[in-house]
Design a protein around this ligand. Structure first.
Ligand code: MF3
Ligand code: CO
Ligand code: CO
Length: 258
């Protein structure tokens, strides 16, 4: 890979480590009785303390430093003064900008003791993301990613959200290509070494349809069923991939689901 690509990988590695580091710390913060605003304040501080900026803050008018999406919220939930309750599931999505490069990642957290079906949804979502990532190498297709994710999710009896997708990123937060989390093998864009993008499947317990709330951001499941999401920032290499947002503490997946 040329110098330009190596530089973009090095930049994304640093940004990704900060975003993932914030999520690592949240493991001991998220519990019943904590508000999503507390999670947001922590993310703001952590990112700033690490010499980076939060990409969501004021992005297209978004008011906070991370997204917090509980239960039937599919994505882009806005942190607020509302208590997490025992049994909730929550996705926290963090994006750090370090030296101009973006690292974008999200994980699910289990609040207190969570139902068996919610755990099954969270595990299937994580596994689908990993299966999507494992397809990556120069010459494979974006459709290979979507197909791997969709096959696993539907086999588990869940559905893949169509209204949101993964995205290219780099010096910009969102850029081409779109990474759909469903599709057919050998369709879409062909991957080349050096490409940077996210894989971030949103998976619903029920139907895949979503609805946007009045705040203009919060997307929820139309049938009010649970939804889960994980996200990694990845780079394509000649024979595989690099994941830039892995947990250094092996906290990528909630402990009880390993
Ligand atoms: N981090 C989200 C993503 O995965 C985007 C959040 S945009 C915001 O692409 F404005 F809602 F923060
Ligand atoms: Co993203
Ligand atoms: Co994100």
């Amino acid at each position: 890979m040329n110098d330009e690509i190596l530089e973009s990988f090095e930049g994304t590695r640093k940004a990704g480590a900060i975003a993932a580091g914030a999520l690592d710390e949240l493991n001991s913060i998220i519990k019943p009785g904590v508000t999503t605003e507390v999670i947001d304040k922590f993310c703001y501080e952590y990112i700033n303390d690490n010499g980076a900026y939060s990409a969501p803050l004021f992005y297209r008018g978004f008011p906070k430093s991370c997204c917090t999406s509980t239960n039937h919220i599919v994505c882009h939930g806005i942190p607020q003064n509302k208590l997490l309750r025992d049994g909730d599931i929550i996705n926290v999505d963090v994006t750090a900008i370090k030296d101009g490069w973006h690292g974008d990642t999200s994980r699910m957290f289990l609040v207190g003791s969570v139902s068996v079906k919610a755990k099954k949804l969270v595990k299937a979502t994580y596994d689908s993301m990993i299966k999507g990532i494992k397809t990556l190498k120069e010459g494979s297709f974006t459709g290979d990613i979507g197909s791997a994710i969709q096959n696993h999710v539907e086999q588990e009896g869940f559905s893949v959200v169509r209204d949101f997708c993964g995205h290219g990123l780099g010096k910009k937060f969102h850029e081409p290509p779109n990474i759909l989390h469903y599709g057919e093998p050998k369709t879409g864009k062909r991957l080349s070494a050096g490409m940077l993008f996210t894989i971030e499947p949103m998976i619903n317990e029920g139907e895949y349809n979503t609805k946007l709330l009045q705040d203009g951001w919060t997307a929820v499941t139309k049938d009010k069923s649970l939804s889960a999401q994980f996200e990694h920032t990845v780079g394509v290499t000649s024979n595989g991939y690099e994941i830039f947002t892995l947990s250094k503490k092996k906290l990528d997946l909630p402990e009880t689901l390993k």
